[in-house]
Design a binder for this molecule. Structure first.
Ligand code: ADP
Ligand code: NA
Length: 330
């Protein structure tokens, strides 16, 4: 294949993905898998950088993979696998750890934020080394393009630095990857606190629409979404963050422009607007939910898909690792 190689992944950190993961990541992945040689990973090794329940992690990993497929990732067209199934990831990460400065790693803002929240005693070496494992994920596959959110930009920068450093010390080995930062228009905010990003790890459920929410439940959450008192369906992030967020979701899922939605609801209340949005949300996610449940109902088939994905991924990753091991003197 001559298509550019793409790598991306998500953590299996909850029972379900949320619609921000769909709008900000899966929807792009689905489109890009056609123009790219795409590799999509469920990054379960990354997930244990915070304490996990083993049974829940195993379940979340399968559910995440099922949701990738249900949302349109085609395991025939793309390589879809689970990170822990390919041992080359932590093996390359170890080599990269030895090329990473302590200060360089300590400057990562995500580490600084997370470790500050957890406190020194609860913060693990695993969390500290998260970025070098992510660098290994990308470099093993010679990925040119790495679609990520803004919060991962610094980690891709580090990946580029490490690849360049390895190449100059041991000879041309790694492709230098490029981050493809998600568009601001693809960012979804919490329905209750519309200045916070919608997240799997949100502290309350009310502001998050899960991909696997039953339709009535999503409708209820949309109905109680925070808006404002001026009653006008108008996009204005600074003074109307709640309504603007609902407009973004409506626009992305319906494929319509924000302007045409504003026009449709001009002079009507938020009630009508929210009802319209609920219909669009249900229309998009009801089939994804149904397909996910169907996949989870046939564990043997999902296992086969993931085993095939791991074989395809390992064939590429093992070749890269063999070269790296040879160059470093193993
Ligand atoms: P979460 O906060 O839900 O755990 P992650 O930080 O693991 O999500 O991100 C997984 C992917 O989903 C990334 O590509 C990220 O940019 C995207 N993503 C997560 N939340 C949102 C959001 N609210 N809006 C848009 N994209 C999002
Ligand atoms: Na997260």
């Amino acid at each position: 294949t001559t298509k550019p190689r793409l790598f991306s992944g998500m953590q299996p950190s909850a029972d379900s993905l949320q619609i921000g993961n769909y709008i900000g990541a899966l929807l792009q992945w689905k489109q890009m898998q056609v123009s790219h040689d795409a590799i999509f990973c469920v990054v379960d090794l990354h997930a244990i950088t915070v304490a996990q329940d083993p049974r829940e992690l195993r379940e979340a990993t399968r559910r995440t993979a099922a949701q990738y497929i249900a949302a349109g990732i085609d395991p025939e067209l793309s390589t879809l696998f689970v990170q822990s199934h390919v041992p080359a990831h932590p093996q390359l990460a170890w080599v990269l750890n030895t090329l990473t400065g302590y200060g360089e790693a300590a400057r990562m803002t995500q580490f600084k934020d997370k470790s500050a929240r957890q406190g020194t005693d609860a913060t693990t070496l695993g969390l500290f080394a998260y970025p070098t494992l992510m660098a290994a994920d990308i470099l093993l596959y010679g990925a040119q393009t790495v679609p990520v959110g803004e919060d991962q930009r610094q980690h891709v920068e580090l990946t580029r630095d490490l690849a360049t450093r390895f190449n100059s010390r041991f000879g041309e080995t790694f492709v230098i990857p490029e981050a493809q930062i998600q568009k601001a228009t693809a960012k979804v905010y919490d329905l209750q606190e519309p200045t916070n990003k919608m997240s799997k790890s949100a502290s309350t459920d009310k502001g998050v629409i899960w991909l696997l929410d039953e339709p009535a439940k999503s409708a209820k959450k949309i109905k109680s979404a925070t808006t404002d008192s001026d009653g006008e369906v108008r996009f204005d992030v600074a003074s109307k963050p709640g309504v603007s967020n609902l407009l973004t979701i409506y626009s992305v899922l319906s494929g319509r422009t924000v302007a045409s939605i504003e026009t449709e609801y001009a002079g009507r209340g938020y009630g009508d607007f929210k009802t319209g949005l609920s219909e669009v949300v249900v229309e998009t996610f009801a089939p994804i939910r149904a397909r996910t449940l169907e996949l989870l109902d046939d564990p043997a088939e999902l296992d086969r898909i993931l085993a095939r994905g791991a074989d395809k991924a390992a064939a590429i990753a093992d070749a890269t690792l063999a070269t790296v091991y040879d160059r470093v003197g193993f």
